[in-house]
Write a protein that binds this ligand. Structure first.
Ligand code: NDP
Ligand SMILES: O=CC(=O)O
Length: 292
């Protein structure tokens, strides 16, 4: 396949671009903080000086940026995608954003004659390293078909969900559920501990019960060690809760559980836990009321 552009060398983008390189793809990368491209360069990637420079060089370019302002910035700002995107080129945004952000980008890219696909992913740092992501694509089907060889390397399964916005919405629903589960899990760990049970034994029981799941299994042991090395940064999980709640507002869906979870993530951010893993929300539940 032709050289693939990759914008955003954060936790996910770096792992995904590395994976493409490992599978023999030629990759051209860009990151706002340029030094984060060094390791990729050592593994054979070329480095572009701006998103526009990468788009100019590559037929297909993937973006993996933190949030809606970042996703919009690489498209609309000086040196951005719009300066070089044209007929025959495609942009695939794999960031987690809301449907409105995706639609804005899609419209602008198409106005210049380019193709657009949104393709947020489910799965964190390790699945990204192992090519085990779940890809939630929507937009131009021709671009989806063309980029599938790369998706087959990045993920274990790709879904094509129709018109732009459906991928973003699916991702927000999934992460709203994940964030709510992480809150219930944290409360349960604290309740076990405070009521004299072993949190470690709780993990063993949960793993054999009807609610066993990969997230509890993966995060539980590090949480009880108070270890929160970021795989999925808490600030991004809170962004996803916020965007999912806005989707709930638009559709008049009452979401009291997600709203409470969002408050806990906000509180965690306000106490400086935003750059840690989202499982650090556990710390919020450990804080006990001072006795009167
Ligand atoms: N980590 C995870 O487990 C998962 C994350 N996601 C989603 O993937 C996306 C990326 O996540 P992740 O890699 O963890 O995040 P990181 O915070 O590790 O990386 C964010 C990236 O966005 C860039 N960026 C931020 N602001 C701007 C801006 N204004 N202009 C240009 N670039 C900018 C950063 O550049 P710089 O280095 O210069 O700061 C960096 O490359 C997010 O939308 C997240 O919600 C989805 C699934 C799993
Ligand atoms: O967005 C995070 C994930 O683990 O999926």
């Amino acid at each position: 396949m032709e050289e693939i552009g990759f914008l955003g060398m954060g936790i996910m983008g770096k792992a995904m671009a590395m994976n493409l390189l490992r599978h023999g793809f030629k990759v051209s990368v860009w990151n706002r903080t340029l030094s984060k491209c060094d390791e990729l360069k050592e593994h054979g990637a070329s480095v572009g000086e701006s998103p526009a420079a990468v788009i100019k060089k590559c037929k297909y370019t993937i973006g993996m940026l933190s949030d809606p302002p970042a996703a919009l910035s690489v498209v609309f700002d000086k040196g951005g995608i719009l300066e070089e995107i044209c007929s025959g080129k495609g942009y695939i945004d794999m960031s987690t954003v809301d449907a409105e952000t995706s639609a804005k980008i899609s419209e602008a890219v198409q106005k210049k004659g380019g193709s657009f696909l949104e393709a947020p992913v489910s799965g964190s740092k390790k699945p990204a390293e192992d090519g085990q992501l779940v890809i939630l694509a929507a937009g131009e089907k021709g671009l989806y078909d063309a980029i599938l060889p790369a998706f087959d390397v990045l993920g274990k399964k790709s879904f094509f969900l129709g018109e732009v916005g459906n991928g973003a919405k699916m991702k927000l629903v999934v992460n709203m559920i994940m964030g709510s589960m992480m809150n219930a899990f944290s409360e349960g760990l604290v309740l076990a501990d405070k009521s004299g049970l072993s949190p470690k034994t709780l993990l063993d029981v949960l793993d054999l019960a009807a609610i066993a799941n990969p997230m509890f299994k993966m995060k539980g042991p590090s949480m009880i060690e108070n270890s929160y090395s970021p795989a999925f940064p808490l600030k991004h999980q809170q962004k996803d809760m916020r965007l999912a709640l806005a989707l709930g507002d638009e559709n008049a869906v009452s979401m009291p559980v997600a709203a409470a979870a969002n408050e806990a993530f906000k509180k965690a951010r306000s106490t400086g836990l935003g750059d840690l893993d989202f499982s650090a929300v556990y710390e919020i539940f450990k804080v006990t009321e001072p006795s009167a």
